[in-house]
Write a protein that binds this ligand. Structure first.
Ligand code: GLA
Length: 735
């Protein structure tokens, strides 16, 4: 890994074993994008990549009309002179002009990777793991400076980027747009893959061939949302899971975002991601600076599994923090689907005891333990224990759970308030709301104005005191409505464009304070399932409740779709009751377990209601998961058959040293007299012999001949029915 700088030509080359990223200085003095992709040779002069030409309708620079920014690839494009494509940023001084001229002034190359104040970011543990290039630009007229930060990671085919604006001028400016990353590519022969959905059906891959014009996704909901995810893939037409070129673009941020691709009339492609410019306007006073969130670029020449694995490893090892990031996650039992809010200490303890008997390690008490909270119409915001349900308080219950030998976890939804709550009655101005207008409700609740110090302090005090008094081990941090009327009461009109971003900074701040107070606490983030499942959240909470849809068959798609961008160790996945509460589907406990194994794993039901046989099976599942979770949560995940395209789904995990693997396949609907079907495994050592339940095979056999996945059901005995599945353990026995 290195960053080369050629003084004479002002050429920067960031590279590691796999990738190169090359930046030159264009004739107008601003940085240009010369190359991003597979590692190439370093050389001093690449000025052949600068275009000088004369085309009809082209706008050129006055001293050289053959030079137009629109005909060139730029690193951080402005708008309004010789390039009229969508810009990456706009800094507007008091005179209202959108025109700027940011030119290269200097640069710095440093070991390691700097932190971003108040925002989540990839980090290094040792300086030699990354190098950082800071390119300083300045606009002479306004005195504003822009620093473009690029870090190249030694062990990942990843470039991280972010931008800092510094107002060194003598008047206030407004930042109207500040993407974290803009990447101009020389052609657009890519298929764009986005991950879209809704509540209960998160992260469905959607593919579009890029054509002239704009392709974009985003969120103006105040959270990254289940509608679209701040992660996209650009893949070449012939790229599949195991071969071909692709670029991943991920924004490490949990608020409003825009990810956009623009194909211009000459076939060049401009990709950008960052805070959504709509509803954003940041006042930058003299002497102030503003940092954008971080964005990541990941590149592969070896197919989508490789791309995903690079991100998975990076997120596990250098984005998630704390003691839990790579630790085996506790097998949990959550009472939500078992009781909803109708529980007493006694009923909860009965469920927990059965969990303990099954081998569960963490009992989680979900919504309904505070205020007057018997349904979702009231109580949110009143973070004082409901003594009718829990006479000995959370501390009393936690002690009993701890005495049983389990950890204790608790649900919070700090950012919200019901109008029917003591908190709202006392502080009606603590919510985001437009002055003198109706206040919209979502799940009968409003959003607290997290940007207000008094709100932050109230929540911090309440959470801190409950967590410390009861010795809580795990917090499920929920966020169950989209933000509307994002207006901060009491602030100036000119500051309202800052509210969405300030909101998410305040959420991060609250997380950060609790993390530093309770470094051993395990956080699971949640937003009605996966509505805030993004790289930003993984910095604070290493796991996320992937979806409120707990149906195992539906979960195949949700977990498969989620795996493109996020690691198995981050996917909250539980076995829930049957028939399933969301779909009414009847599915064996075996298949429910076989799906939930590929996640953080737990149960979301009253285990007392199971038959003896089912309970015995659950005990076996827990033994199985304890034995294999290090492999599942720390191994390399391979997608094998997509449930979006097939009646089958298959995936597997392989340990880093290839000594062990677990492969799973799922047949969704039963077939009579089916055709033959084999799946080829991946990621094994071709020359090693592996022991499986079906015999011993070389890795090369398993990866090329494959395994049969639709043995004919035995119609004479018992057909196996719908939603059948199998998990196969493979262990290397010799080289
Ligand atoms: C959300 C979560 C659920 C549960 C409920 C409680 O919907 O996603 O898992 O915690 O809230 O109200």
């Amino acid at each position: 890994m290195d960053i080369f700088f050629h003084e004479k030509t002002k050429l920067f080359h960031l590279c590691n074993d796999r990738i190169s990223y090359i930046i030159g200085i264009l004739p107008n003095g601003e940085p240009g994008q010369f190359y991003f992709g597979k590692r190439v040779h370093d050389r001093e002069d690449m000025s052949y990549l600068v275009n000088h030409e004369f085309r009809a309708m082209m706008v050129g620079t006055p001293d050289d009309e053959t030079f137009s920014l629109e005909m060139n690839r730029r690193e951080y494009p402005s708008f309004g002179t010789t390039d009229l494509r969508f810009p990456a940023f706009e800094v507007i001084p008091e005179n209202g002009s959108h025109v700027s001229a940011f030119r290269y002034v200097s640069h710095k190359i440093t070991e390691g990777k700097p932190k971003i104040a108040g925002l989540p970011a990839v980090y290094t543990e040792k300086d030699y793991e990354a190098k950082t290039l800071e390119i300083m630009l300045s606009d002479e007229l306004t005195g504003v400076g822009i620093s473009l930060f690029y870090s190249i990671m030694r062990d990942y085919p990843v470039i991280t980027r972010n931008v800092v604006f510094a107002n060194k001028g003598s008047e206030e400016v407004r930042i109207e747009r500040c993407m974290s990353l803009s990447l101009d590519l020389p052609d657009h022969d890519y298929t764009w893959m986005q991950f879209s959905g809704a509540w209960g059906r998160e992260k469905t891959p959607v593919e579009k061939k890029l054509e002239a014009g704009i392709t974009a996704i985003g969120s103006l909901r105040g959270h990254s949302s289940a509608n679209h995810n701040p992660f996209v893939i650009l893949k070449r037409p012939n790229t599949d899971e195991s071969a071909g070129e692709a670029i991943g673009v991920s924004l490490v941020y949990s608020g409003n975002f825009l990810t956009q691709a623009e194909v211009d009339t000459y076939g060049m492609l401009r990709v950008m991601t960052g805070i959504h410019p709509d509803r954003f306007s940041w006042r930058l006073k003299e002497g102030e600076s503003f940092e954008t969130p971080e964005a990541l670029l990941v590149w592969t020449g070896s197919g989508l599994n490789d791309l995903s694995q690079s991100l998975h490893r990076l997120y596990r090892k250098r984005l998630s923090r704390g003691i839990w990031k790579e630790k085996e996650r506790p097998i949990l039992l959550n009472n939500w689907e078992a009781t909803l809010m109708n529980f007493t200490e006694e009923s909860v303890l009965k469920i927990a005891e059965k969990g303990k008997e099954a081998g569960v390690e963490l009992f989680v008490l979900d919504d309904g333990w505070f205020g007057v909270r018997n349904d979702d119409f009231s109580g949110l915001g009143d973070w004082y224990v409901n003594k009718d349900k829990l006479p000995e308080g959370i501390a009393g219950l936690a002690k009993k759970i701890h005495d049983m030998g389990m950890k204790f976890g608790l649900w919070f939804e700090p950012e919200m308030v019901n109008p029917d709550s003591d908190l709202y009655r006392a502080h009606p101005d603590w919510v985001l709301a437009s002055p003198d207008r109706e206040r919209s409700l979502g799940r009968h609740q409003m959003v607290l104005d997290m940007t207000k110090d008094e709100v932050q302090e109230y929540l911090y005090e309440r959470m801190h005191s409950i967590i410390s008094e009861a010795g809580i081990d795990y917090v499920k941090w929920d966020m169950n409505r989209t933000i509307s009327e994002c207006y901060s009461i009491g602030r100036n009109a000119s500051e309202q464009g800052m509210t969405y971003h300030r909101y998410i900074l305040a959420v991060y701040r609250l997380y950060e304070r609790l993390i530093s107070d309770f470094p051993e606490l395990l956080f699971e983030s949640c937003s009605s399932g996966g509505s805030r499942y993004d790289a930003g959240m993984l910095y604070y909470a290493p796991q996320t409740w992937a979806s409120d849809d707990t149906d195992a068959v539906e979960r195949l798609k949700i977990q498969y779709g989620t795996s493109y961008g996020y690691p198995v160790s981050s996917m909250g996945a539980h076995v829930s009751e049957c028939p399933n509460q969301q779909t009414g589907r009847i599915c064996s406990v075996g298949t429910r377990g076989n799906v939930a194994f590929f996640g953080t794993f737990g149960y979301e039901m009253d285990l007392n209601k199971l038959t003896d046989d089912e309970f015995a099976e659950i005990k076996e599942q827990i033994v199985f998961m304890k034995e294999h979770r290090a492999l599942i949560q720390g191994g390399d995940f391979y997608r094998l058959i997509s449930p979006f395209e097939d009646n089958y789904c298959a995936w597997m995990v392989v340990s880093e040293d290839k000594s062990e693997a677990l492969a799973a396949y799922y047949r969704i609907l039963a077939e009579v007299n089916p055709g033959r079907r084999r799946v080829r495994l991946k990621g094994l050592d071709p020359d090693s012999l592996y022991r499986t339940d079906d015999g011993e095979f070389y890795g090369s056999e398993l990866m090329n001949i494959g395994i049969e996945i639709n043995e004919a059901p035995d119609v004479i005995k018992l057909p196996r029915g719908d939603f059948d599945s199998r998990v196969i353990h493979l262990e290397k026995i010799s080289k």
